[in-house]
Unconditional design. Structure first.
Length: 663
């Protein structure tokens, strides 16, 4: 390897190892590293620009060969039977590898080809290790750290890249092979791009404080929260192993609450959820195929073979830019998603932004310049999807259902600069702007492989809408043991509505509810969502459910997130409300949500869907959070009587906006 490239690689190695436990992502669905190939000076003296790029295996590494650590038999099981042997574990892990390998449009192939006997995880040694030997204090269920190049590099015959005294490069091979039979893998001599994965290890935790047991087989999918399905866990980790990031998508459709495999959390107390994460979703398959597209070469692993399908004949790309309507900036790390236009079934997602940081060659550290224009080069995004007609939406990576730190450095950059603070909305073509007449409007995006112009320039600008939020941070969710048909309501005083535009014609765009479910496989479906009027007398309220301003029966919430209910005629609704306020016939609006009216509730826990609560005044609440406003009410008799809730603020939001002609 040339001297300058070797120097850059060694610096990159230190940084990659330092970042190996940080789940990061490029604009799309790739784990990130940095590219310092050009070594251009950054605004910080003595530092250089480091562009964030995705990592993946070079085609010469396919199939990716793994070695199973065989020094632990059987797998420790602090909870008792069933005990998992290494043979059972190896079969389960290969099953998880096969889930990715069998995608017909992706040429990724991963398989177990040998064993290793390391006393603990070695790390960068050109052995892709699978191990159940984890260090004490390791807190995650599993992890998949990779080492990758931070600069374009040329490997030369005999190079000792990991510094163990053994050559890691051979000019006698064309694919990665254990040339000398010593258990580690040699790379073919040649050129490799920044982001090339050199080593990946996957470790499964058997030493958490409370103890975990890994299980296999359908009978082992139980409700014991410390019992973890190995196939589901491994399938997720092996997505990271070939470069895929975490994603936001934990609810496939109105009837399927399952999350995609690369969603970062697993509900170990919900057998249906664990079972679903064994199988790849459309999103998982799309991104694996995007990074390893079948039919993209005439020879080698990317060439079409029996059973393969060419990626470019099965998929097309939805592409565009995401911009912040208030800040007038390209957004780093906004979550874009494509759903079937007719059914709202989730298909695939991506993240926006091409970003960069400042890199210190002396320490290997990454730094912010405190200038979004330097860090965020654009808000571009791409979503690979099969043929169909889609609605393209956007939501902020604001902590619900996933924090920015669990997704990427790109998402964190957007968060640091205050960009992850907008309402969920959809692309609506010519009416797409910071200020829109109808936030709920969505325009169909046709996708046909080979006709990418149909799905290009799907540019979205987030709304400058104004939310009336009578709550603070979420401290709790509730409530357990609630009766069927229970109603929750939040008062919005007339004075808050007129204050939005100093008495002008405010558009009432919609409402949003912070919702949650006990069992991850369950969709939080409520009996109805309502916007209506009412009055308050002391600690009780009278709410008019017979004459709602807007109502949606069978309202579908979102698991651990705000679910919007946008109205069809926000200008007309705003006019009605303001006239009523002016005449004195409307004193308050009320946002109402009703849990299902029949029992038993769905899921193994048998709990009704929950709502988010701000409980700063309750035990466990944050002392610096919002006060209890007294605007939350509950009814257990179908709305005949309403009682004020004195220890929580319900997290329901009224979404308003100014008219288009407003200056």
């Amino acid at each position: 390897m040339k001297n300058i490239e070797k120097k850059i690689f060694n610096l990159g190695l230190c940084l990659c190892l330092a970042l190996s436990n940080v789940i990061t992502v490029l604009a799309g669905g790739a784990l990130e590293t940095v590219d310092i190939t050009n070594a251009q000076p950054s605004p910080i003296a003595g530092q250089i620009i480091a562009k964030l790029i995705g990592i993946k295996w070079d085609a010469r590494s396919i199939p990716v060969k793994y070695s199973m650590n065989n020094t632990l038999d059987p797998i420790p099981n602090p909870l008792g039977a069933p005990v998992l042997t290494l043979a059972q574990a190896q079969a389960a892990l290969q099953t998880s590898f096969d889930a990715w390998t069998q995608i017909p449009t992706s040429f990724i192939e991963m398989k177990i080809t040998g064993t290793t006997a390391n006393p603990g995880l070695v790390g960068f040694d050109f052995v892709n290790e699978l191990t159940f030997r984890t260090a004490a204090g390791f807190g995650a269920i599993a992890s998949s750290p990779s080492v990758s190049l931070m600069a374009d590099s040329t490997f030369e015959d005999g190079d000792d890249i990991d510094g163990d005294g053994d050559s890691d490069v051979s000019s006698a091979i064309t694919v990665c092979t254990d040339v000398d039979g010593d258990g580690d893998i040699e790379f073919p001599a040649g050129f490799y791009k920044a982001g090339t994965i050199l080593d990946n290890d996957v470790q499964f935790n058997t030493k958490t404080t409370n103890g975990l047991r890994f299980t296999v087989g359908d009978a082992a999918l139980d409700t014991v929260t410390r019992s973890v399905d190995l196939i589901a866990t491994a399938t997720h980790e092996f997505g990271h192993s070939h470069g895929l990031s975490h994603v936001m998508d934990n609810q496939i459709s109105k009837t399927d609450g399952s999350g995609v495999t690369m969603f970062p959390f697993i509900d170990t107390g919900d057998p249906a959820s664990e079972s679903a994460q064994r199988s790849l979703s459309d999103d998982d398959k799309a991104w694996s195929s995007f990074f390893y597209p079948e039919g993209s070469a005439r020879s080698g692993p990317a060439a079409l073979q029996r059973g393969d399908k060419a990626f470019n004949k099965e998929y097309a790309l939805i592409k565009g830019e995401l911009r912040h309507g208030v800040l007038n900036q390209p957004i780093a790390g906004g979550s874009l998603f494509a759903v079937d236009f007719l059914t709202d079934k989730f298909v695939a997602s991506g993240f926006s932004g091409t970003t960069q940081l400042s890199f210190d060659p002396a320490t290997g550290g990454l730094f912010l310049v405190n200038d979004p224009a330097f860090h965020i080069l654009n808000g571009n995004y791409v979503i690979p999807v099969p043929k169909g007609v889609y609605a393209v939406g956007v939501e902020a990576v604001d902590g619900f259902p996933v924090p920015a730190g669990s997704i990427s450095l790109t998402c964190q950059i957007g968060s640091i600069f205050g960009q992850q603070n907008f309402n969920e909305e959809f692309y609506n073509r010519s009416r797409e702007d910071a200020r829109e007449a109808r936030l709920g409007e969505k325009f169909p995006v046709p996708v046909v492989p080979g006709l990418n112009f149909l799905s290009s320039n799907i540019n979205i600008v987030t709304s400058d809408s104004i939310n009336i939020n009578n709550f603070g941070n979420r401290n709790f969710v509730g409530f357990t043991g609630i009766a069927p048909g229970t109603l929750y309501a939040v008062q919005v005083p007339a004075s808050q509505i007129t204050a939005v535009n100093a008495g002008g014609n405010v558009l009432i765009q919609g409402v949003a509810f912070d919702t949650f479910v006990t069992d991850a496989s369950v969709v939080p479906v409520f009996a109805k969502a309502v916007l209506t009027t009412g009055t308050v007398n002391g600690t009780t309220a009278t709410i008019d459910l017979d004459h709602p301003l807007a109502q949606k029966n069978g309202f579908v919430g979102q698991d651990n997130d705000f679910a919007p209910f946008y109205f069809n005629f926000p200008r007309a609704l705003g006019a009605i409300v303001q006239k009523g306020i002016g005449r004195g016939t409307i004193q308050n609006l009320f946002i109402v949500l009703q849990v299902p009216t029949t029992a038993p509730f769905s899921g193994v826990s048998g709990q009704a869907p929950f709502i988010g609560l701000d409980g700063s005044g309750a035990p466990g609440g944050q002392p610096n959070d919002s006060p209890i406003f007294g605007y939350s009410f509950i009814s257990i008799d179908g709305g005949a009587t309403w009682s004020q809730v004195t220890n929580f603020n319900f997290r329901f939001s009224l979404i308003t906006s100014l008219p288009l002609e407003h200056p």
